[in-house]
Design a protein around this ligand. Structure first.
Ligand SMILES: [Mg+2]
Ligand SMILES: [Zn+2]
Length: 191
């Protein structure tokens, strides 16, 4: 298996999509509005802790269109991220930065597959660049954003019952595939 052999030793900045990577993606048309709706996927805490321990930065980049739809506010998103940090701290894990797009489709330059969230991160972390970054995501828009940025990506297809349109294309475009964040970190970022 070619995928099983690939590692990304030179990577220092690991960009993570949120819903479907860190936490269970809600059913189509549903959104994570509060911490109560945020259910971490198995192994997430350990995977982030391992990335932290390896010296890499962990940066979340997430589309939160539910803000534009009026389902929750930007402060609600920040509150969820604060709760997530509190939860991760018990596992000696943390996220180095969160970036989210609160806009609706096709109205901004930050909703993935646009690359504005990454550009914000590159401004805030001057050592980060296309040469030392990777994205792990579960949507075609994640993989397309990585492609536009010219950074590698790892695609998480998701549970068989909840695979999304574009999955086949995303698998073909991504540099690697994993069943979960935990598996991606185990397989591609050995300590
Ligand atoms: Mg996602
Ligand atoms: Zn946006």
């Amino acid at each position: 298996m070619e995928h099983a052999r690939k590692t990304f030793r030179h990577i220092e900045y690991v960009f993570l999509d949120r819903d479907g990577v860190i936490n269970r993606k809600p059913p189509e048309g549903k959104y994570v509005c509060t911490w109560h709706d945020f259910h971490l996927l198995p192994g997430t805490e350990g995977a982030i802790a391992a990335l932290n321990a390896s010296g890499r930065k962990v940066i979340v980049v997430t589309n939160q269109r539910g803000v534009a739809l009026g389902l929750y506010t930007e402060d609600d998103v920040r509150l969820i991220h604060t709760e997530l940090q509190r939860h991760l701290a018990a596992y000696s894990a943390h996220v180095d930065a969160f970036y989210f797009c609160p806009h609706d489709n096709a109205q901004c330059s930050c909703r993935k597959p646009e690359i504005g969230l990454f550009e914000q991160a590159f401004r805030d972390f001057p050592d980060a660049s296309r040469a030392n970054s990777i994205l792990i995501g579960d949507s075609i828009s994640d993989i397309q954003a990585a492609r536009r940025l010219a950074i590698p990506s790892i695609f998480i297809p998701g549970e068989p019952g909840s695979r999304k349109p574009g999955g086949v294309e995303a698998e073909a475009m991504a540099e690697a595939i994993a069943e979960s964040l935990a598996q991606a970190v185990d397989r591609y970022f050995p300590l």
